[in-house]
Write a protein that binds this ligand. Structure first.
Ligand code: BG6
Ligand code: MG
Length: 219
């Protein structure tokens, strides 16, 4: 196994839990447009781009391109209103000490998020300066499950994909990392079982060295 030199973190669901805000924003749009949309529907949107989220929310309901653009902008405006309430206390449990621990262990750390709001969220959490690279929803054309975003981040860090571990809470993100040849740690309760290591309770009770040891055993 190649020496691991970098950790790349998804943002929504790994560093902070913005899924509820995405849900509330899509729900507001869906209600206004009289489209049925439940929390279960929202689970299918985890990790996928804004455009693909809209497609899934519409469930085949046809709209033209101008309307699609307008609806995505509306949803994003609702989402931005919710983001205003994010503070540094909204990092998921243990994440700040895990990031500090990874850096102390000499690992490069970076973010790979499908969100076009990643800088806004990281700035509000007051952790943006910790990362050597941030890839967001603007940097590549093909979104997860294509590997392009994580490969772009690895390039910014100057590491090969097999030298990096991706932390993901979404099936599309796990697939993206596997497609890119990364090691993958699945976080939380969505379908992340194809990851090399699954941590249902997140990063609160584990050290960077534990991750490296467990991946060594698993791969
Ligand atoms: C991902 C979220 O991180 O970003 C998805 O898990 C979201 O739910 C996607 O749709 C795009 O986010 P944004 O902020 O660009 O609309
Ligand atoms: Mg996520």
């Amino acid at each position: 196994m190649a020496k691991i030199t970098a950790f790349i973190f998804d943002l929504d669901g790994v560093i902070t839990d913005t899924a509820e805000y995405h849900y509330l924003a899509w729900k507001q749009l869906a209600d206004e447009e009289h489209i049925a949309f439940t929390r279960q529907d929202n689970d299918q949107l985890r990790g996928v781009s804004r455009r693909e989220s809209l497609n899934r929310m519409l469930k085949g309901h046809p709209i033209d391109e101008t309307t699609a653009q307008a609806w995505m902008e509306r949803k994003n405006n609702y989402y931005l209103q919710h983001l205003k309430s994010i503070t540094p206390n909204d990092c998921l449990p243990g994440i700040k000490s895990f990031l500090a621990d990874a850096r102390a262990a000499g690992l490069k750390i970076a973010v790979g998020s499908a969100s076009k709001n990643a800088y806004e969220v990281l700035t509000r959490l007051e952790i943006i300066d910790l990362f050597e690279a941030v890839g967001d929803g603007y940097v590549v054309k093909n979104s997860k499950p294509a590997p392009d975003l994580f490969v772009w981040v690895a390039g910014r860090l100057g590491v090969h994909t097999e030298e990096a571990v991706v932390f993901e809470d979404a099936e599309a993100g796990v697939e993206a990392a596997l497609n890119g040849g990364f090691h993958v740690v699945g976080i939380g309760h969505a379908d992340v079982t194809r990851a090399h290591l699954v941590l249902r309770e997140g990063l609160a009770q584990i050290t960077a060295q534990d991750i490296l040891t467990q991946l060594q055993r698993a791969t």
